[in-house]
Each structure stands twice: as C-alpha cells, then as structure tokens.
Design a protein around this ligand. Structure first.
Ligand SMILES: Nc1ncnc2c1ncn2[C@@H]1O[C@H](COP(=O)(O)OP(=O)(O)OP(=O)(O)O)[C@@H](O)[C@H]1O
Length: 482
C-alpha cells in the first residue's frame, strides 16, 4: 500500500486468489469507499465484502464531543447486485458519518477514479420491500477501476435468467394517472443494469392487446419478456393479447344440461323454448355442443400470425416472462407476487430475473344458442374474474376514472344501493395433472360434471332480480337468472 499527496490512498490489487476471512477470493484491493474511508475490498465467487483498513476505535467516531456509531455495511451478495458502473473522474468523500451529521473537520473530498456497485437491501420492517443501495469505491488509477468493473460485470453474466431486452407498455392514465412518472422512476434501474427496453406508451384502451396479438412469435422472441407499467386490467390486456391468438387448448366441456337464455327487450332473462338443445343429439354429435372446436373457431383460438404457423417457435422461448410494475388502482397481482406494492421492488425483481409461476384462468362465454354464428368469447385472467356485483361495479367505475382509485368505493356504493342480487351455479372439474389421455380425460370430466351438478336448475332457482316477470306477479320459476 502506498500513500500519495493529499492523503489519497492507493491499494495493492491482487488478481490471484488470496485468503480473506478464511475464504478464497478472486480479487482484492485497497480502495476508498465513499463516505467511509480506506477499505480492503474483496471479491469472493458469490459476494463482495469490505473491511476498514484502519477501523475506527470500537467503530465509534466523535465530532465536537458527540459520539457516532458507524453502521457501515461490510458486504453484499452478488445475487443482490444488479449493476456495476464505472464513473467519471470525481470526488470521493472520506468520512464514517452520514452527511447530515458529519463534522466538517472529519470529512474531506478527494478527486479520483471510481466505480459504483448498485444493489438492494431488504426493508427491515417490511422484508418484501427492496431498498436501493449503492457503494462507490475510488482509486487513483483508472485501469484498476476498469479491471474491477470488467471482472464484476463478467461474473454478473453468470447470474442466470437476467433479461437483456424487454418490451415495456406504459399506461399513462393508470391509477391516479401516474403511469409515466412510475416508469421514469424505475427506468434508471433498467439502464444501469444494461437491460434494453422498447417503451410503448399507450394512447387508448386495447392498444397493448393489438400490439401483442399482431407481433409475430419471431418478433416476440427478440425480447426476453414484456413488462406492463399499470394496473391489473392493463396486465390482463397484455396477457390476453399474447394468449388469444397463440394459446391452443380445448374449450372446457359444455354443461350437459345447459339452458339457453335469450334476453328480451325488457332486460329480463327468459327461457326460449325454441332454442333448447336436444341433449342427446348434441352430445352424440360433439362432446362440446355449444362451442366450436379450435379448428372451427378460426382466428380466435388458432394462431392468427400466418407467417408464424410453421415457425420454429410455436410460443416464445422458455425464458420469456411477463412483468408488472404497479401504477394502477388496486395492483392485486403485484401484491400477490412480490408481497408489496412498490415499483422499485418490482423493477428490481425484473432486472434480477426473479420468477414466479402464475396460474391463469381461461374464461369462456358460451354461445347463447346452438344456432348462433357468434364464436364463443374467450378471455384470460391472471388475478380474478368477476361476475354479478363485482362486474357491475367495474362497469360502473369506468364512468368515474377521473376519480382515481376512489371510483371503486363510489361505484361500489352506487351499485350496492340498487339492491340487485345475482345468482350463479358453480361446478368444478377435478383434473389430474398427470393425466395424458385427453379423450379419457374428457369422458371423466363429463361424468364428473354430471355427478356434481344438481338435478333441476329451474326447481332450485329463486328469483330475486327486479325483473319484469316478477313485477308482473308471474311465477319466479319462469324467470331464469344469469
Ligand atoms: N392510454 C389509455 N387510455 C385509456 N385507457 C387505457 C389506455 N391504455 C390502457 N387503457 C385501458 O385501461 C384499463 C385499466 O388500466 P389499469 O389496469 O392500468 O388501471 P386501473 O384500472 O386504474 O388499475 P387496476 O386494474 O389495478 O384497478 C386497461 O384495461 C386498458 O385497456
């Protein structure tokens, strides 16, 4: 170690393995840690650690007679680091005290070359939340700093699953209208981590769906994933744009005693006798009488990107991922997946390549009648799917988007005061995941469905809706509810 004029400390740099705390290290140097002082920085295979060369007495410093305890970190795991950056020639400040409490006599700035380690620590009170940290190390020689940055960047490349290129959709009017500001706040994390981003700020509802559904799989494969900066609705729109033209799966079986309903002009729902399906004939004809097979349903269910049909990638590569940075009104998906509603935490999870599997529900709206030309409507939902009161609240709340998240409270109250009730019949299929024979599975599902459905829907139906039939004093059993 040598000392140069104005007390600048220049350390020895060792590229060979050297023992540190009883552990083999890859690299070790004496450097100046900004706002701390002279440290020995050591790079182990999975972490960086540093130690004050001349520790302060019992880790306590004094200023004008006041004692300050040093709470300087002493290391960081490689997996908690998202970037290393070489800085311009500039000031490194030597002091063990935080700037606010620093004694003028203790601090001094030294001009030198430096590099910064960007990482995160967990919030002690809320461990799901990540807090950005950065440590800047200085040295008089530029090549030493460069060598450290090159070496560290090379090891970050071994961290698996970190994205390099992402497609980002920003919903500017999401939540309280903070979509763009949220993106601006997290964008530096992506640029420091050298993650390329193509950013699309939407101008209308449905734009993200259109872009996602019109991109070819080859184009999608040029990205490592897609990120939504917005709320749950926006994320679901992107997901639907991705899945709708690509995902090929059989529709769920039609309930065997499905009753067809038509909506009369007075908004009440009544049974249309002419439309009742002959169960026997329809079941013989097809296991799924009211919905078309994937072949029949054409572009809705098959891949609409004709040039991709014979493509190498039926779906994007296995590393393809979907990310969400919360800027919405409720952000349920983010809270469920990261445990916190914090854009910084989400951005860090994305650049660090953290992954979590997400269940997706396929929601199929059946054909209203067997003669109907309209194809079944298919939607995918990542968080929840609402019916009845919830559906009405969402529909109503869209009229008051200018209120921000409070619109849900307002719309919820308004819909509640209408005192509508909604009826639904739920059946479920117990699917064995390892079952490979689709035909036998369908048979099994069909039997199971019948087994768990109750016999006479009309007998059990209690009409609570304020429909015309009821107002006219007719037997509620004549009115069917959805
Ligand atoms: N530029 C835009 N202008 C208007 N609507 C848009 C625009 N971009 C997207 N949308 C639509 O706004 C809907 C709601 O967006 P988003 O989910 O981001 O906000 P939110 O409803 O406030 O949040 P949350 O879903 O968390 O309650 C989306 O389904 C999307 O179709």
């Amino acid at each position: 170690m040598e000392r140069e004029g104005n007390d600048c400390v220049v350390g020895d740099t060792s590229l060979t393995a050297s023992p540190f705390d009883g552990e083999a290290s890859i690299l070790s140097s004496t450097l100046l840690l900004d706002h701390v002082g002279e440290v020995t920085l050591t790079f182990h295979s999975d972490r960086l650690s540093w130690k004050l060369v001349e520790p302060l007495d019992n880790d306590v410093s004094t200023c004008l007679g006041i004692k300050y305890f040093s709470k300087v970190a002493t290391g960081i795991k490689l997996s908690d680091i998202y970037a290393f950056e070489l800085n311009d020639h500039g000031s490194i400040h030597i002091s063990s005290l935080p700037p606010a409490t620093e004694c003028l006599l203790l601090g001094q700035d030294i001009k030198m070359y430096s590099f910064t380690v960007h990482g995160f620590i967990r919030n002690k009170n809320q461990p799901s939340q990540c807090i950005l940290v950065e440590y800047t190390f200085g040295h008089k020689n530029l090549p030493t700093c460069q060598m450290w940055v090159n070496q560290l960047n090379a090891s970050l490349k071994h961290e698996v699953g970190r994205p390099k290129n992402l497609l980002v959709f920003v919903h500017p009017r999401s939540g309280k209208g903070n979509g763009c500001r949220t993106w601006e706040a997290v964008a530096p994390i992506f640029s420091r981590a050298k993650v390329e981003t193509k950013v699309i700020v939407t101008e209308r509802a449905g734009e993200a769906f259109d872009v996602m559904s019109s991109l070819t799989n080859v184009e999608l494969n040029s990205y490592d994933g897609v990120v939504a900066v917005g709320g749950d609705g926006f994320f679901n729109e992107i997901l639907n744009g991705f899945l709708s033209p690509r995902f090929k799966a059989p529709y769920p079986p039609t309930p065997s005693d499905f009753v067809h309903l038509v909506k009369d002009n007075d908004d009440s729902l009544v049974l249309d006798e002419d439309e009742i399906v002959d169960e026997t004939s329809s079941r013989n004809e097809d296991q799924f009488p009211l919905i078309s097979s994937p072949k029949q349903s054409g572009s809705r269910i098959s891949n609409s990107n004709s040039e991709d049909k014979a493509a190498e990638f039926p779906l994007p590569n296995e590393w393809f991922r979907f990310g969400i940075i919360p800027a919405g009104s409720t952000d349920a998906i983010v809270i469920c997946t990261t445990g916190t509603r914090d854009p910084i935490t989400s951005a860090l999870h994305i650049v660090l390549g953290k992954r979590v599997h997400l269940d997706i529900a396929q929601v199929v709206r059946w054909k209203r009648t067997p003669k109907s030309e309209v194809e079944p409507h298919v939607r995918y939902a990542a968080s929840f799917s609402g019916y009845g009161f919830y559906g009405d609240v969402i529909t109503e709340s869209e009229k008051y988007r200018w209120m921000g998240p409070k619109r849900y409270d307002y719309a919820g109250t308004m819909v509640f005061l209408k005192h509508r009730s909604y009826e639904a019949e739920i059946t479920y299929l117990d699917v064995e995941s390892d079952e490979t024979n689709l035909t036998s599975r369908r048979d099994h599902e069909g039997n199971l469905l019948q087994a768990i459905r109750s016999p006479q829907k009309s007998e059990r139906c209690i009409c609570r809706i304020n429909c015309k039939k009821k107002q006219d004093g007719q037997d509620p059993k004549d009115a069917f509810l959805v």
